[in-house]
Design a protein around this ligand. Structure first.
Ligand code: ADP
Ligand code: MG
Length: 414
């Protein structure tokens, strides 16, 4: 894909508005718990600073933090949130802890503002000097961000002379900061965006075979489009995680109390048929770890996939499946892995995911790991292998691999 690149922009002395994805998790002390996305944004920021640009960063924060009082309209629209919580968030600058972390990583002062538009923001930004960094407040404090409101986009655009999108992981969202702002400013892709796209393109365009797709995680609905789109590109598909049980149902197997998406059973049936037509190797777990309850202290046993007891739920792939999938992976030359094999957050159901991570330690082909939880598992258990690319964007990489355009990227091409 031929995106306009940041190196093509004349940035010296200019105000550059960079859309980053700082939707990063934090802990009880308001410290950043995983700074990967901040680290990924540093090359773009440093590049701009070296060229004496004025760097204005903007990002969304999802979840409860997005609900802070912003006038009556916003309050009325979002009253689902309880008053107590609402008040709590309203006392806190949401981006403050991100700004602190960025400052620590880049070793330069970062000014974190309490708003992302308005007079005060304009004043501060207008007074910026070359080489300074300003971080705007959560874009989603404004409903207008998600509505892609034109006036809101224009107000953001007025803060700068150049726009850079460095937030691949947010670019599947048709929001103001991603598709509205670039309509008003010369626009370019930042280094993290370019790197992420390149990794996915290398995977898709590569010619090395076999090409394997390993899918696990929570919901079929999130993943089905990827499987459908890659059906005629891959040699094998291995299924794990909670996805498996809807496929089990599609074959008429009983699954006890395991997670099933009833309205997707037919979709799974169709997919299984198509896979058969394509003569593709399609693997479902042979054995699973079944537990009495969804809990880290549940008693559990390994059972055959077709023999999940009625009062139990499957929580992980079993050891036979782990060994089989590991073998298939090791023999593949290209791999996309999304979604953990089991409820890996609980140590007693992490074995399946660990088996895969073990198999990837000395992987010889080219693998991309995409998805929030999968990437977290890979990082937590320290798979560090040059053959692996851990993507920062979950939903965005899935959409890309589904063959659907990403609005944020389309906007850069216009
Ligand atoms: P990713 O973020 O990598 O795309 P998902 O969001 O699809 O992955 O799914 C991750 C979640 O799926 C994990 O939190 C995990 O606990 C859950 N999960 C995996 N296997 C099962 C299972 N057998 N039953 C219930 N939940 C599961
Ligand atoms: Mg997830």
């Amino acid at each position: 894909m031929n995106l306009p690149r940041i190196e093509q922009a004349e940035v010296r002395g200019k105000r550059v508005l960079v859309r980053v994805d700082y939707n990063v998790p934090y802990d009880e002390n308001w410290e950043v718990a995983d700074a990967t996305r901040i680290v990924e944004s540093l090359p773009t920021i440093q590049y701009l600073l070296e060229r004496k640009a004025k760097v204005i960063l903007m990002s969304h924060r999802g979840g409860a933090e997005a609900f802070r009082v912003r006038g009556d309209k916003f309050y009325r629209e979002r009253t689902k949130i309880s008053h107590r919580r609402f008040k709590y968030w309203s006392e806190k600058s949401v981006m403050e802890y991100v700004g602190k972390k960025l400052q620590e990583l880049i070793q330069l002062p970062v000014v974190t503002l309490e708003d992302c538009i308005g007079e005060e923001v304009q004043r501060v930004v207008g007074a910026m000097r070359e080489g300074e960094i300003v971080l705007l407040e959560n874009l989603r404090f404004y409903g207008e961000e998600e509505e892609n409101d034109e006036g809101f986009a224009r107000e953001l655009a007025q803060l700068a002379e150049i726009y850079v999108n460095d937030a691949f992981s947010a670019s599947h969202r048709p929001h103001a900061s991603l598709i509205g702002v670039p309509r008003f400013l010369p626009h370019y892709a930042g280094f993290s965006m370019l790197k992420e796209l390149q990794a996915l393109e290398k995977l898709l365009m590569g010619e090395e075979r076999p090409f394997c797709l390993l899918m696990g995680g929570a919901k079929i609905s999130d993943k089905i489009a990827v499987m459908e789109n890659l059906l005629d590109k891959v040699d094998s598909i291995c299924i794990g995680g909670a996805l498996s049980y809807t496929f089990f149902k599609a074959q008429g197997w009983e699954v006890g109390k395991s997670k099933v998406e009833a309205e997707r059973i037919e979709t799974c049936q169709r997919l299984l048929e198509k896979a058969k037509e394509q003569k593709l190797s399609f693997f479902l777990p042979e054995d699973v770890v079944a537990a009495t309850k969804f809990s880290p202290d549940a008693s559990s046993e390994v059972v055959a996939a077709q023999a999940i007891p009625a009062n139990q739920m499957a929580m992980d792939i079993g050891p036979k499946t782990g060994a089989l999938y590991s073998k298939i992976l090791k023999e593949s030359r290209r791999l996309f892995w999304n979604g953990p094999m089991g409820v890996f957050e609980m140590p007693n159901f992490a074995q399946g995911t660990l088996a895969i991570l073990g198999a990837l330690k000395d992987y010889q082909g080219y693998a991309v790991i995409g998805g929030g939880e999968s990437a977290q598992a890979a990082r937590r258990y320290g798979v560090d292998n040059e053959a692996l690319y851990i993507a920062t964007g979950g939903g965005a990489s899935l959409q890309f691999l589904s063959g659907k355009p990403l609005p944020g990227i389309e906007a850069l091409l216009q």
